[in-house]
Design a protein around this ligand. Sequence first.
Ligand code: CP
Length: 319
Amino acid sequence: MQHELPQKMLSVRHMLGIEGLTLDDIQTILNTARVFDEVNTRDLKKVPYLRGKTVAHIFFESSTRTRISFDIAAKRLSADTIQLAGNSSSTQKGETLLDTVRNVEAMKPDIVVVRHAQSGASHLVAQTIEGAVVNAGDGCHEHPTQALLDAYTLLQHFRRTPQEGLSGMQVTIMGDILHSRVARSNMLCLKALGARVKVFGPFTMLPPFLDSYGVEICASLEEGIKDADAIMLLRIQKERLGSLLFPSEDEYFRLYGLTPQRFYQLKPDAVIMHPGPMNRGVEIASVVADGPRSLILKQAENGVPVRMAVLYCLARGLS
Ligand code: CP
């Protein structure tokens, strides 16, 4: 079905987190993504909406999915794109993030997409940039476009519109919640769309403020998977000390992993999600990750229309 581009403007200039977005903003982005989904099925996958605009991707942390899908998204909208990777930038010579951003800003990009290991880095960048800033993941804080594409994938799979939302559905987020920006953004986004959200993980990997998100903390893994419509697994964030918080990967898999035995306890139509990159045999068994109820590659695919929608909506706010 052909959808029309929504005319609503976002209430925000930047996309720094799900926190700060209204439900209307989330629905506008997801409805816009439905239009761009169709563009991505064409032979000629290009529309002119960002012609003459420049999108700068500044990634100070490694990335496969986010970086490639933002670049594809910008190009399919006809924007000019530049890439700056932290490990080949002048930050290696001691330049600060702020000086780097000031120099990028001097070249007048319209939208800056930034990933950084420090929570709050994208907020700092937004204070320096005339145009719009997109947070592509900042430390343990937020990864808003991941949550939007996850919500989009769930709505698409269960054939619901953004207006219908996810009410009546239960989503369980499992794993290293403490270090996960994906978990934080997803808790906010899923709750905004009306889902019941449960979390489960090692006690050492649960942050203290979970109650404030309105999510339920499961006492056991069985409680988390029972009645879930979707299980979202999270990677142990080894780069953020995650691996120091449990004895071994084998033990983690045995106690907390989605094994084939646990998979068979799920509802027959429950789906499996993971933002990637996965640690196979640690948080998820390969046979589950590659099975017919896994939406993991669909999530990666949906990164493109959702990020096209985010860029498009932010660019409209600039003109
Ligand atoms: N999900 C996600 O952010 O993956 P990348 O780190 O590969 O971008």
